[in-house]
Design a protein around this ligand. Structure first.
Ligand SMILES: C[S@@+](CC[C@H](N)C(=O)[O-])C[C@H]1O[C@@H](n2cnc3c(N)ncnc32)[C@H](O)[C@@H]1O
Length: 317
């Protein structure tokens, strides 16, 4: 699809109400190359989000502007955001400075990937089923925390737990710090600038280690749509085969899990690659609503047995 041309002043001058602006935006987004999947499903969700930012109206109050004329400042802001989305391919979440996950608001900007993990489906019910009763879960890790969104969801789900959240990127951790504070979790969530779980080795062991690591192979990254390349590359890519961080994580988790503990990792398209890399390791694929089932759960005893027998696969870089 070729990019549409920029709207002319004559075209935009004709737009009056919020509803007219939204219909115009939907049409422009539809006729463009923009890709979805960074926290929004389609053009409707994106244009409503831009309208919310332009008018200052919360989503549920947006109908208030559907039939009224936009004020000049609202119109100018909406059209400027829309142009940046369509012609500069800036993700909507960066344009508005926030993203929502699990009903919670998180600050985001170019320092972090836009939150969109399958873990939002799995943290409430599926993962706790593999653990002791929620109030007995004392230590949880979120490896590769980015904006800190999953660390916050974990802290809310396991109210007695201390959460260690790691990331290699200091700029990402600066955003995570803001989100941890916004959600009142500075006492329970500790942020660590470290490679995978290196800074935690030798410390207390975990009931649960969870990670949404970078998992795209280098070759796939080159073919990603432009807006995905606006996210930090090290949020997405992990070496030639996508497994670099996961390899290290499996080895470290083997050491850092309690005997009853579990490791849960979102792996994207690497399901087959995981089985090839660790053929003896039992892997349970947790079902997700879209049927992709790309989150794997592994138990401590299985990790120990499989990685001890297969030193090559478990070796860190
Ligand atoms: C896919 S993002 C996930 C962010 C967040 N957990 C989420 O679900 O939105 C991966 C994160 O891993 C971080 N990262 C990349 N390599 C890492 C490594 N070796 N050790 C720790 N963090 C790493 C990136 O900086 C990025 O913030």
């Amino acid at each position: 699809m070729s990019a549409p041309s920029r709207p002319t002043p004559a075209q935009t001058a004709r737009l009056r109400t919020g509803g007219e602006h939204l219909r115009f935006a939907n049409k422009l987004l539809k006729s463009s190359d923009v890709a979805y999947g960074q926290g929004f499903l389609d053009e409707q969700e994106e244009s409503l989000t831009l309208m919310s930012a332009a008018t200052g109206l919360a989503w549920e109050k947006l109908p208030q502007c559907f039939e009224r004329a936009l004020k000049p400042a609202e119109k100018a802001k909406f059209l400027a955001l829309l142009e940046r989305r369509v012609f500069e391919r800036v993700p909507t979440a960066y344009l508005v400075g926030e993203a929502w996950l699990g009903g919670l608001r998180f600050r985001v900007d170019e320092r972090v990937i836009v939150p969109r993990s399958y873990f939002v489906e799995l943290i409430p019910e599926a993962i706790p089923r593999w653990l002791p009763p929620v109030e007995q879960v004392k230590r949880v890790a979120d490896v590769c925390t980015g904006s800190g969104c999953l660390a916050v969801l974990l802290a809310k789900r396991f109210p007695q737990a201390k959460v260690d959240a790691t990331d290699l990127s200091a700029p990402a951790l600066a955003v995570a710090k803001l989100n941890v504070a916004d959600h009142g979790e500075t006492k329970r969530i500790k942020l660590h600038e470290t490679d995978t779980m290196t800074a935690l080795l030798g410390g207390p062991k975990f009931d649960l280690i969870l990670s949404n690591p970078p998992y795209e192979p280098e070759g796939i990254y080159r073919r990603l749509p432009a807006e995905f390349k606006k996210e930090p590359k090290n949020s997405l890519v992990s070496g030639k085969d996508g497994l670099d961080v996961i390899r290290k994580l499996l080895a470290q988790a083997t050491e850092l899990l309690q005997p009853h503990g579990v490791l849960v990792i979102e792996v994207g398209g690497l399901r087959d690659a995981m089985h090839q890399a660790w053929p003896k390791l039992p892997m349970l694929w947790l079902p997700t609503a879209d049927g992709l089932d790309c989150v794997v759960l592994m138990q401590a005893a299985d990790l120990r047995a499989a990685l001890a027998k297969s030193p090559r696969a478990g070796r860190g870089r």
